[in-house]
Design a protein. Structure first.
Length: 424
């Protein structure tokens, strides 16, 4: 319609200009013609000309009005678009910061930090959780559990909005947002959809980095990390224990008479024993525990958030499983046992060698006591050794006898024994 009015006004203007030009060209003939016309005819002609001029003027005014309205609408649309882009620019900046931080997240801990620092502020007042296929669909951050209300009242039902993390048509994780008390806005949903796409890439990066790291630091025969990486992990856990004031224990493990197995059964059978040890360690320990092949048949276990008593129970469980799990080799079934030494890091301790030294001393104490047992240093007095009796499962406290350094005093349920071997 605006274009049609403009065209009509243009045509009328052209017609009027042509009429004026024609009148100017035919002025003399017209003067002679007009001179012969009556006054009434001249009045009629003048009225018609004025009518044409008025119609043309009205058409031009209408065309200008339509153009002004169209321009106003365009300006209003442009202004709204500019404001929308300004709002989106803020969201885009937040997503860009999230993407930059996720690009540097190469492990689970750094991924948690990025989610808390950059994703949680996008949905204030909402609880977030993230589960991945690699974690067995257990939340790597947040929790899906509902807390009971005071008085033992059952928790209220929660409403979760989930955002799937899909890579190559496969589900690799799920991002959940609780919104039963405060519904999500459309803008928040759009942002979370975009964040889910970024998280998908980050989760895959964490998985790929772990695979590459495992290829570099994991010993293929047992599935345990190398000695260098195990000591680095122990140093990192000591620093974390200093910050969190949580306990940390280590276990030194050595297979008993392993050289005899190699000599009598062959090195292939010895490798099968090592494979069996790695499998038992993997099945028994937690995901957060570190398994390290410290030497040929010697292993180091780093147990975060574990006291000496808890580590002694873990070590005794491993010792019992080793003794009860023979390995089938080409020449028959081979039984094996292990001696284990336990030590707990002292509060504020940062010396890796000191912790390893106490665990190693406890390990050699177990070997000196007859092998196939667990010895553990206490935290309060490094000179006191605590071991588990493999026949009774009783924890025995032993202290070096200052009068006879080659003997130790053992206290077991109130009876004192002056020799290691007499406790069995």
């Amino acid at each position: 319609m605006p274009h049609a009015g403009a065209r009509l006004g243009a045509w009328l203007g052209i017609a009027l200009a042509a009429a004026i030009a024609g009148v100017a060209a035919l002025r003399r003939p017209l003067e002679h013609a007009i001179a012969g016309l009556s006054a009434s005819v001249l009045a009629t002609i003048a009225s018609a000309v004025l009518m044409v001029i008025a119609v043309a003027a009205v058409a031009v005014l209408r065309s200008r009005r339509v153009q002004d309205r169209s321009r106003t609408r365009e300006l209003r649309t442009l202004r709204e678009t500019t404001l929308l882009l300004q709002d989106r620019a803020g969201e885009l900046e937040v997503l860009m910061r999230l993407a930059e931080s996720l690009a540097q997240a190469l492990d689970s801990d750094s991924l948690k930090t990025v989610i808390v620092d950059h994703l949680q502020p996008l949905v204030p007042g909402h609880d977030l959780w993230l589960s991945t296929k690699e974690s067995g669909w257990q939340p790597v951050i947040g929790s899906r559990r509902l807390q009971a209300r005071p008085g033992g009242v059952a928790p209220r039902a929660a409403t979760w909005h989930t955002f799937p993390l899909i890579s190559q048509q496969k589900l690799v994780g799920v991002l959940g947002v609780r919104h039963d008390h405060l519904p999500l806005t459309d803008e928040q949903r759009e942002i979370l959809h975009a964040a889910a796409a970024l998280l998908t890439v980050a989760v895959k990066n964490v998985q790929l980095f772990r695979k590459v790291r495992d290829l570099a630091v994991v010993e293929p025969l047992t599935g345990c990390v190398t000695r260098h990486h195990g000591i680095e992990r122990l140093g990192a856990e000591l620093r974390r224990a200093q910050r969190s004031h949580m306990p940390l224990s280590v276990v030194m493990l050595d297979l008993d008479h392993f050289k005899t197995v190699n000599d009598k059964q062959g090195h292939l059978c010895g490798d099968q024993v090592l494979v069996g040890v790695g499998r038992i360690l993997r099945e028994t320990l937690r995901v957060s525990d570190e398994r390290c092949r410290y030497g040929g048949e010697e292993f180091l276990l780093v147990l975060p958030d574990t006291t000496a008593e808890g580590a002694a129970r873990v070590a005794e469980n491993l010792r019992a499983r080793f003794a009860a799990t023979p390995v089938l080799c080409a020449r028959g079934s081979v039984k094996f046992t292990a001696s284990l030494g336990v030590a707990q890091a002292l509060p504020g301790e940062a010396d890796v060698n000191a912790v390893l030294g106490r665990a190693d001393a406890a390990l050699y104490a177990a070997k000196a006591a007859g092998r196939n047992r667990v010895c553990s240093h206490t935290v309060t007095d490094p000179g006191v050794t605590m071991r588990a009796d493999p026949t009774e499962g009783v924890r025995v406290l032993e202290r070096r006898d200052t009068r006879r350094p080659d003997r130790r005093q053992a206290i077991n349920r109130g009876r004192r024994v002056t020799d290691w071997q007499q406790t069995h």
